[in-house]
Design a binder for this molecule. Structure first.
Ligand SMILES: C[S@@+](CC[C@H](N)C(=O)[O-])C[C@H]1O[C@@H](n2cnc3c(N)ncnc32)[C@H](O)[C@@H]1O
Length: 557
């Protein structure tokens, strides 16, 4: 049956069509697939090479890969590959009065523009820096929320479009004289080099964008106006290429959204990345190696969650970024990929291997149809080759899905954390049909930890946190997924905080226990520090924060 499904569809055509939208000549690539050497096409404007001249990175534009960056030499982990000042960024609506709109620092004292009431600064200095730009956008910015509401378009997108249009105008007026190249915003003309994927956007989205752009442009002075059609393309470029910027303290929270053309043009996506991007405290974006990279190896970052299964990742990229992922992990045979474990049901015969579930085609995934093969088995164990019926594989996955849904609904709708924990624990318990690396387990452990916290079970939360880290480390060792990510460092930090709370609870009751927990906390923070130093670098405030935690603990030990 599996073969029949494969024969019915032609997975290449839509993938190729998507390729054509992204500067990758797939037909030629197919013909020349035996020729390993990539052929250079359009030479890149010298600006790009010059902008990255001081970094160990080579920029290429080839027929097989499009524009991409490779390592100039063998690189260690924790090396900065590019540091870029956005052409423009916006502080997201939820944080609009919490971060400075120029330097992104936390706002202790707020200076608000009394006209638009939508722009906030930390100091007179930042206010003055923004003056030339702000006079051009104050009027339209005041209207973006109302236009967004009326047209169902994200108001942050409209604000970012407005700022970019003003930047385009300002670029024609004067040259930025800032000495430090990394501190100079990337010029607007580079934005026009970015892929828009407009052809793949839903017609309904283009319709609302057109309506919003028509309204927005009426609020703008002629100086910064663009034709409505160009505004729609600009919005699509933002959607396909913008990067989130975190603040320097909270975890995994994007407080701002920016367009960084250098990063967006040259760092392609890979589901098993060797590079990451991080926000710096001055609002710049930095790209850094998270593992050793060989000379000439492509530098790829991940736009999505690494621990989702292949269908889920590809579908997310199709929907949000409009491309069909062809990274090494997505194109390697399922029976050899770590992806087999993410949907893994353990073989009932050998008890070691998992049944191999083929990935869904681009045609079906683009229609939102996932896991089609589950209804059609038979499946073979990747290790011993014994066969299982579709029921044998589907049922454990359906049952895990049901428990997950019930657990999440208990948490979200009923705020019943005990019932939530009970349902999620049906998935996370070891043993059973699910493989130890099945994604349902990790997806359940994270909310389970929060349930334990809510239920006042700190020790339980610590155990779950440790299981999450152990699972991520197992992915790294068995599937070669990265061992240094900001997410992993967050779980180490969280573990340190939970152990510190346990130490506090033991205070005055048992000095032995207090010491034990303080030591565990210090060990966890030390792990967090190691990972943060690679991912963010030693001087980054997030790394410094962990150093401060360790220093405080060491003085009480
Ligand atoms: C941010 S741009 C990178 C620049 C692109 N290489 C170019 O030549 O313009 C991202 C786009 O590159 C392509 N791309 C990046 N990673 C990819 C991947 N893993 N598989 C297929 N296409 C990819 C997609 O078209 C995507 O929208």
């Amino acid at each position: 049956m599996v073969d029949t499904v494969e024969a019915e569809m032609d997975p290449v055509d839509l993938g190729e069509k998507l390729d054509q939208n992204c500067n990758i000549d797939a037909k030629k690539k197919k013909k020349k697939s035996n020729k390993k050497k990539a052929v250079a096409i359009t030479p890149l404007p010298p600006f790009y090479q010059e902008a990255l001249a001081s970094y160990p990175v080579k920029l290429n534009n080839t027929k097989t890969k499009g524009r991409h960056a490779v390592a100039e030499s063998n690189l260690e982990q924790g090396i900065t590959l590019c540091q870029e000042q956005a052409t423009a960024f916006v502080v997201r609506s939820e944080y609009i009065d919490q971060q400075c709109h120029v330097c992104l620092s936390d706002l202790k004292q707020k200076m608000m523009c009394s006209d638009c009431k939508k722009t906030f600064y930390c100091s007179q200095d930042c206010l003055e820096k923004d003056n030339d730009l702000h006079v051009l956008i104050c009027g339209p910015i005041a209207q973006t929320e109302a236009i967004g509401r009326a047209t169902d378009v994200d108001a942050d997108l409209l604000r970012l479009m407005t700022i970019l249009m003003a930047r385009k105008y300002l670029d024609t007026q004067s040259q930025d004289e800032t000495k430090d190249a990394a501190a100079r915003p990337t010029p607007y003309w580079c934005v026009q080099d970015l892929i828009s994927h407009r052809e793949s956007a839903e017609p309904a989205f283009i319709k609302v964008l057109t309506e919003a752009s028509q309204r927005l442009v009426m609020e703008m002075s002629e100086k910064i106006q663009l034709p409505v059609d160009d505004m729609v393309t600009l919005a699509c470029r933002i959607n396909s290429n913008a990067h989130g910027l975190g603040d320097n303290h909270a975890r995994n929270t994007d407080v701002a959204l920016g367009l960084f053309p250098l990063g967006a043009l040259f760092f392609n996506h890979g589901c098993n990345p060797n590079t990451t991007f991080i926000g710096l405290s001055n609002g710049q974006l930095a790209f850094r190696t998270i593992r050793p990279v060989s000379k000439d190896e492509e530098l790829v970052v991940s736009y999505i969650d690494l621990y989702s299964d292949r269908d889920e990742r590809r579908q997310e990229l199709l929907q949000s970024k409009h491309f069909w992922c062809k990274c090494k992990r997505c194109t390697s045979p399922m029976e050899k990929s770590v992806d087999r474990f993410l949907q893994g049901v353990v073989c009932s015969k050998c008890k070691e291997g998992v049944y191999i579930i083929p990935a869904t085609s681009v045609e079906h995934l683009s229609k939102g149809q996932r896991n089609l093969y589950l209804d059609q088995g038979n499946f073979k164990c990747g290790k011993c080759g014994s066969e299982a019926s579709s029921d044998q594989v589907r049922k454990p996955l359906e049952s895990a899905n049901k428990s997950y849904m019930l657990g999440m609904s208990a948490i979200r709708q009923e705020r019943n954390y005990r019932r939530g924990a009970e349902k999620l624990e049906q998935i996370t318990k070891s043993g059973g049909d699910l493989h130890a690396l099945n994604a349902f387990r990790l997806n359940s452990l994270i909310p389970l930890m929060n349930c334990k916290r809510h239920n006042g079970d700190l020790k339980g939360a610590i155990e779950v946190n440790k299981s999450i880290i152990a699972m991520m480390e197992q992915y790294a060792s068995e599937g070669s997924l990265p061992a240094n990510t900001s997410e992993i460092s967050d779980f180490w930090q969280n573990l340190g905080e939970l152990c510190s709370s346990m130490a506090n609870e033991s205070k005055g009751r048992s000095s032995v226990l207090e010491k034990k927990w303080l030591k565990e906390a210090r060990a966890a923070f030390s792990h967090a520090l190691k990972v943060r130093s690679v991912v963010f670098g030693k001087p980054h405030p997030k790394t410094k924060l962990i150093e401060e935690y360790i220093a405080a603990l060491s003085s009480s030990l």
